[in-house]
Structures are given as structure tokens and as C-alpha cells.
Design a protein around this ligand. Structure first.
Ligand code: NAD
Length: 268
């Protein structure tokens, strides 16, 4: 089997990276950064997001696993002390795979048919640099609301425990092929009105965000990458046909992961 390791580059992560690389090579696995079947991220959730985006072009052929070298991560859920055990598990058998939904994002510019396409593991968020965000929200081709406020976040089920959760969104089990829209400080008064609740859309319901003022710059963040855009006609979000594949070497159910990340990792 071919594997690659992506580290956060701090001392601790680099030491673990070289240990894992050496052990797995000793077990006759091949280190291949071009076409890995297994990608091991060593660092935190940010490193895991980086690993996902590095290999998003070959999701069908790549499975991911995360070791954390800081505090417990949501994706990076193996502790450094378990690394030997993990190596033996990787070396000895074909692994099971668990698949989670992703989000497809298309940014369509004004006056052009050429759009930019992205895939998110956690979410896309749309904010403004210096003024209120004003966007029409369309769902399944129909106008739903005119949003004014700090911005909107559209998240995946596994991203629902990230930014979405901080915005008051629900935590969604990743067996649900869905996306969730959450508001950031919407303006609600007698003039402006938004739904005010997070919305959960099924796979075949496309959500489009249409900025009202094309000349105003917007900040669009896909997972951990932020870019500034102007002249956007619409941002199209839908549940992706592709999924992320997690290599599973032990049972770690989603709700236990949520419990251990947010409530306590002690059994009480
Ligand atoms: P980072 O690595 O510092 O991540 C920020 C925090 O989000 C970390 O504590 C990380 O463990 C946690 N996190 C990331 N994905 C998660 C998930 N799916 N479930 C639970 N926690 C998760 O910063 P970064 O590298 O810029 O990471 C970008 C991510 O940070 C974004 O995808 C976004 O979801 C998250 N974020 C969260 C907030 C917030 O909670 N207020 C604000 C901005 C961004």
C-alpha cells in the first residue's frame, strides 16, 4: 500500500511523522506523496483540512486519518501515544472505510460563463470586508429571502461541529446527505427580515447566494482558505457527489467523537 504523511511542521509533529514513515516503510509500505492510498495527517484539524485539500483531486482512491499533536481534534483523533498501535493496524490488514458528505461550491462571476469550483470538508462562509453583506438566498431555484447581516455559512455534516456550531447551527450526523445554512448576525427589523433559524437542505436542494451589489468585495472562506472576490453573480452550494473516505482502524462513532470533543473525554 502507498501512503503519505502531512505534518503541521512543528517539532513534535515532525518527530512523529518521521517515526511513522520509518515504521511503515519497515513494514514494506511505500511512501508516495503523488498517489497515496492512505494519507496520515499529523498536527491538528487545520492540518487535516490541509491534507484533505492537498489530495481532494483523488478522493476515490485516498483514505485519510489524523493524529493530533496538540489538543484533541475532531478529525485528528489519534493521540501520539497510540501511534505504534496505529502503525501495526495499518500494516496488518486492509482497512475499513467510513464516508462523509462534502460540499460543492461554484462561484459564478458577473458577465462570464466561467465559474470557479471548490469542495469543502467543513464549510464555505461568505462575509464582507467593510460593509453589511446583502444577498438574495435562493433555494431549489426559488427566491427564499433577502439576507442582510455579517454573512452566511454553508456547512457539511462533519463541519457542523466547527464554525456552524459557533453560529448556533445544529450538529448533523454525517450519514445525512445534507448541507446546513447558518446566519451571522442578520439584520431583523420592520424593514429587513430573514428566517433567523438554521436551515438544513437535502442533497437535491441547491442553495444559491446572489450578492445585491456586485461592486462590493466579499470574503469567501472555504474551510481554512480565504479569498477576496468582487463582481460575483452567484455562489452555488450543493451536497457533493464525492465523499471523504476516513480509514477506520477502531470504532469511534460520530456521537462519541462529538461527546469527547465538546463535553469530556473522560468516562463519567
Ligand atoms: P484552526 O485549525 O485553528 O481551527 C479552528 C478550530 O476549529 C480548532 O479548534 C479545530 O479543532 C476546530 N475544528 C476544525 N474543524 C472542525 C470540525 N469539523 N469539528 C469540530 N471542530 C473543528 O483554524 P483553521 O486551520 O483556520 O481551521 C479552519 C476551520 O476553523 C474552519 O473550517 C472553521 O470551521 C473553523 N472556524 C471556527 C470558528 C468558530 O468556531 N468561531 C471561526 C472560524 C473558523
Amino acid at each position: 500500500m502507498r501512503f503519505a504523511i502531512l505534518s503541521r511542521s512543528d517539532n513534535k509533529s515532525e518527530v512523529i511523522k518521521s517515526r511513522v514513515k520509518q515504521y511503515l516503510t519497515d513494514f514494506s509500505l511505500e511512501y508516495d506523496e503523488e498517489k497515496p492510498e492512505l494519507v496520515i495527517s499529523v498536527g491538528g484539524d487545520g492540518t487535516f483540512l490541509e491534507a484533505f485539500h492537498t489530495y481532494k483531486h483523488r478522493l476515490k482512491d485516498t483514505a485519510f486519518i489524523g493524529v493530533h499533536t496538540g489538543h484533541l481534534g475532531f478529525y485528528a483523533d489519534w493521540v501520539p501515544e497510540e501511534v505504534e498501535k496505529l502503525i501495526i493496524e495499518i500494516a496488518k490488514k486492509p482497512f475499513e472505510v467510513v464516508e462523509y458528505p462534502l460540499l460543492d461550491i461554484k462561484i459564478h462571476p458577473v458577465d462570464s460563463e466561467q465559474y470557479q469550483q471548490f469542495v469543502a470538508l467543513n464549510e464555505v462562509s461568505v462575509k464582507s470586508i467593510d460593509s453589511t453583506v446583502a444577498m438574495d438566498v435562493h433555494i431549489k431555484g426559488a427566491h427564499f429571502e433577502r439576507f442582510r447581516g455579517d454573512g452566511l455559512c454553508v456547512s457539511t455534516p462533519s463541519g457542523s461541529t466547527a464554525y456552524n456550531k459557533a453560529l448556533g447551527g445544529a450538529i448533523l450526523h454525517p450519514s445525512l446527505n445534507a448541507l446546513q445554512i447558518t446566519e451571522m448576525a442578520s439584520i431583523n427589523n420592520r424593514v429587513y427580515r430573514t428566517i433567523g433559524s438554521p436551515l438544513i437542505l437535502p442533497k437535491h436542494h441547491v442553495c444559491e447566494l446572489l450578492p445585491l451589489y456586485h461592486d462590493r468585495s466579499m470574503l469567501i472562506t472555504v474551510d481554512h482558505n480565504t479569498e477576496e472576490y468582487a463582481n460575483i453573480d452567484r455562489i452555488e452550494c450543493r451536497v457533493s457527489d464525492e465523499k471523504i473516505r476516513f480509514a477506520r482502524f477502531r470504532a469511534f462513532p460520530f456521537w462519541k467523537r462529538v461527546h469527547d470533543s465538546f463535553i469530556s473525554d473522560e468516562r463519567t
